[in-house]
Design a protein around this ligand. Structure first.
Ligand code: SIN
Length: 482
């Protein structure tokens, strides 16, 4: 790292940089080398609860600020994020492992939510409703929900935070955020820049911990928390939904996926291969919207396998900090052991190894970009989120058949397909049971469009003009005696 200026070793609560009362800390390791990048406090459930109380006190005045004031602070935060893009990207690569070029992209993507919601803060319009009575007037207004608990994952340690915090602050809510244990340093760097931007004490709180279950349960069950926003696995999401039920909190859930990527025989094969490579191998396959199942129409199967295996074999694996790296390490030992066992099980169940399949010589947490052929839906690998650099190939014959097979999963986050037939574009996009569909595109995320899933992939939308709604309550006011 060129600079350690943004590397904090304390959590951020009520406008103060704090250590754990117990003195306990948690080491943050570089997944590419195993070296220590920094350490953060291991806060307890009681300390998380104190952060919620601080956020609740701050809410009393923050909710009264004007949209213009909140816009100015968010805009300043955006500028500071971009001014510090390189330092943040280096920190991100150090604690998370992704290639530096992807980390730079993630910082810009993350910053774009601060910019976008600075603008949206000023557009939370209510409405006037024509009254059925001559003596009353009817209006609606939108008001902030209150204290928000945000729980974020390690795969996008900048963007998944700003995608939640920015709309919450724009709406007039205050936030307590628990970052993932593997990647808390980016969260603290974001808080440092928010402090420099001028956000008042208690409006943003970052609670780091080595005990995510206890701290997470405290946040998601706390009576002062009115809204929970979570990005992570479906099993944890279900647990949080149960936790939040007792106090009937508002919830947003961005959960797991099982994205199909369908290549029809009329597709531009070169473009389809580019699309599937980026969609599958970005962040070493560790995103919720990564391609999970590649469906190739029989007519182009042989040509696709030939060209795609050649492209996979050329992917450069290495430390994220090296300029030529395209695939970095997996996040931790548990992740690589899981990927190894998923591949082994698929091979035991009859899949064909076309390339990779083992740990990579670059280091303990590196896995070879892997391609498995002859996969079918009866195999376990077809029915789970891979979260690693593994491609699985399925063959299909008919359009209706592939839509049915693509939909045969409890998940419904993202789906992709490549075709040049305009009628098919509409039929397939409408037929796929997913919250987001990419047609002739492998990367579809940005700040201006709604990100989110259906079925067991979650509820609520992040980004876009819809992303602020989950942080607002709609109030109806009836004025009589006119
Ligand atoms: C995710 O994996 O949860 C986010 C991916 C994205 O925003 O593109």
């Amino acid at each position: 790292m060129q600079s350690r200026e943004l590397v904090k070793n304390q959590a951020y609560v009520d406008g103060q940089w704090v250590s754990a009362a117990s003195g306990k800390t948690l080491d943050v390791l570089n997944p590419a080398t195993g070296e220590k990048v920094g350490e953060v406090p291991d806060l307890s459930a009681a300390e998380a609860s104190a952060a919620v109380e601080a956020a609740d006190r701050a809410f009393a005045s923050w909710k009264k600020t004007t949209a213009k004031q909140r816009c100015a602070l968010l805009r300043r935060w955006y500028e500071l994020l971009m001014e510090n893009q390189e330092a943040l990207a280096q920190l991100l690569t150090a604690e998370q492992g992704k290639p530096l070029s992807e980390a730079r992209g993630e910082v810009a993507y993350g910053a774009s939510f601060a910019e976008w919601f600075a603008e949206e803060a000023k557009r939370t319009y209510g409405e006037h409703i024509p009254s059925p009575s001559p003596t009353s007037r009817l209006v609606t207004i939108l008001q902030p929900v209150g204290v928000v608990a945000a729980i974020t994952p390690w795969n996008f340690p900048v963007a998944m935070i700003t995608r939640k915090i920015a709309p919450a602050l724009a709406a007039g809510c205050t936030v307590v955020l628990k970052p993932a244990e593997d990647t808390p340093l980016c969260a603290l760097a974001l808080a440092e820049l928010a402090e420099r931007a001028g956000f008042p004490a208690g409006v943003i709180n970052i609670v780091t911990t080595a005990d995510p279950a206890a701290v997470g349960d405290t946040l998601t069950a706390h009576p002062l928390v009115r809204k929970v926003s979570f990005t992570g696995s479906t099993p944890v999401g279900k647990h949080i939904l149960r936790q939040a039920a007792d106090t009937v909190k508002k919830v947003s859930m961005e959960l797991g996926g099982n994205a199909p990527f369908i290549i029809f025989d009329d597709a531009d094969l070169d473009e389809a291969i580019k699309g599937v490579l980026i969609s599958k191998y970005r962040n070493a396959g560790q995103t919720c919207v990564c391609t999970n199942r590649i469906y190739v129409q029989r007519g182009v199967q042989d040509e696709f396998v030939k060209r795609f295996s050649a492209a996979v074999a050329e992917l450069r694996v290495g430390k994220g900090i090296d300029a030529t790296t395209e695939i970095g390490p997996l996040i931790n030992t548990k992740a690589i052991e899981r990927v190894e066992s998923v591949v082994k099980q698929a091979l035991d169940q009859g899949a064909q190894l076309l390339s990779g399949g083992q740990r990579h010589e670059a280091g303990e947490l590196f896995f070879q970009p892997t391609l498995l052929g002859q996969v079918n839906e009866q195999m376990d690998i077809a029915n789970q989120e891979l979260f690693g650099p593994i491609s699985t190939l399925f063959v299909f014959d008919e359009e209706e058949e592939v839509i049915e097979r693509a939909n045969a999963t409890p998940f419904g986050l993202a789906a992709y397909f490549y075709t040049r037939d305009i009628g098919r574009c509409w039929r397939v996009a409408e037929g796929l049971e997913y919250g987001m569909v990419g047609i002739n595109e492998g990367i579809i995320s940005n700040e201006v469009t709604p990100f989110g899933g259906i079925k067991e992939s979650g509820m609520g939308r992040e980004g876009s003009r819809h992303g602020i709604n989950d942080y607002l309550e709609l109030k109806y006011i009836c004025m009589g005696g006119v």
